[in-house]
Design a protein. Structure first.
Length: 360
């Protein structure tokens, strides 16, 4: 099985996928790509919360041509999501796209496929092969009886073979399913066949609540096996929420440690403050910071500091007041109404200390 450090590095703009321990976070815009300003505004929002690559739906030639204007101002590398029409791929490439998502077996003749491949080769643009349980060919469904992991992998390998026959290996592969066990087994099988980078996700995961859980279980399990080079959490929600969930998945597995993480107790009868409101407010406040920081929000001043001893900074409240602590040691006592502001002062101080250390 090829682990993520062993996969072939592929570059999307200036972002490397594969051949490293890092896992790249992606999302997809919901705006009509032909609406340049709306698309750029959405891309900026995704960038601000930590998205590294963004995919655009290319539904016609106008959308493909709009990529040129979007590319000029986009803070993120762009991927063109194309189905069936090789002309859209060619226009997107002329417009400066950084990566193409297209299945070579679905765009017609070998000549059409070769034109797309040569245009990608000329510009060093990778092709992402994207197979999911709903796109498995009829002959494979008849062979396996249903979109099994083996069927999905065989479908992907058919597309891979087309590109390899054209001596093209600048490839990323995704093999998604809405069924989590199927998705996990599919990626495990694929990682044994080729060393191309894997784009991991659960397709049609669902709404923000259920989709976040399915994606966390599926993506998290695959990543914990040491495979998977880039991820997209697919949610029926604001794409910004996809990035938040993706970051937490990576943080939970210690794949990234350059973002803050907020830990909080589940609350109990001893809690005498608005713990849920405070924890949510703190999490929102630190979400845009780019520093490794563990923040604890605890509801009990008796056990809080001890339970969160490994946190860099935190608060523990109770009876109208609370404790501010750093590294498990109490710094000072403050009024409950001042807990958030005082905690943020400590966090700001830590951030400044880290910046000073980095510069020094």
């Amino acid at each position: 099985m090829f682990k993520r450090e062993e996969t072939k590095p592929v570059f999307v703009g200036g972002v490397q996928i594969g051949g490293q321990k890092s896992v790249v976070i992606q999302s997809m815009t919901t705006a009509d790509t032909r609406d340049v300003e709306k698309t750029l505004a959405e891309i900026q929002r995704l960038h601000d919360v930590g998205c590294q690559i963004v995919r655009l739906a290319v539904i016609n030639e106008d959308a493909a041509r709009a990529i040129k204007k979007i590319k000029e101002r986009s803070p993120l590398p762009l991927v063109a999501d194309i189905h069936f029409d090789h002309k859209l791929a060619l226009i997107a490439l002329e417009s400066g796209i950084d990566k193409i998502r297209i299945n070579p077996g679905n765009i017609g003749s070998k000549e059409k496929t070769q034109r797309v491949v040569e245009a990608c080769r000329e510009r060093n643009v990778p092709i992402r092969i994207g197979v999911n349980s709903g796109s498995v060919e009829r002959r494979l469904l008849e062979k396996y009886g249903y979109p099994s992991p083996e069927a999905i992998v065989e479908s992907a390998m058919d597309h891979v073979q087309i590109l390899e026959d054209l001596n093209y290996d600048n490839i990323v592969i995704s093999l998604k399913s809405s069924d989590v066990p199927t998705m996990i087994q599919t990626y495990s099988l694929m990682a044994q066949k080729r060393n191309y980078p894997l784009h991991v996700g659960v397709t049609e995961a669902g709404t923000q609540f259920s989709g976040s859980i399915k994606s966390s279980v599926g993506i998290g399990t695959v990543l914990s096996m040491g495979i998977g080079d880039t991820i997209r959490v697919s949610l029926t929600a604001d794409p910004v929420e996809e990035i938040k969930v993706a970051k937490q998945i990576l943080r939970s597995l210690d794949i990234v440690n350059n973002d803050p993480v907020v830990i909080a107790c589940p609350s109990c009868g001893r809690c005498a403050i608005d713990l849920i409101g405070l924890a949510t407010k703190v999490e929102d406040a630190v979400s845009t910071l780019k520093v490794p920081l563990k923040v604890a929000v605890m509801g009990c001043a008796v056990n809080g500091p001890g339970e969160a001893r490994e946190a860099d900074v935190g608060v523990a409240g109770g009876n109208g007041e609370g404790l501010i602590f750093r590294n498990g040691e109490i710094v000072r006592k403050v009024k409950e109404t001042e807990l958030f502001e005082e905690l943020m002062k400590e966090i700001e101080e830590i951030v400044n200390e880290q910046k000073t250390t980095t510069v020094g």
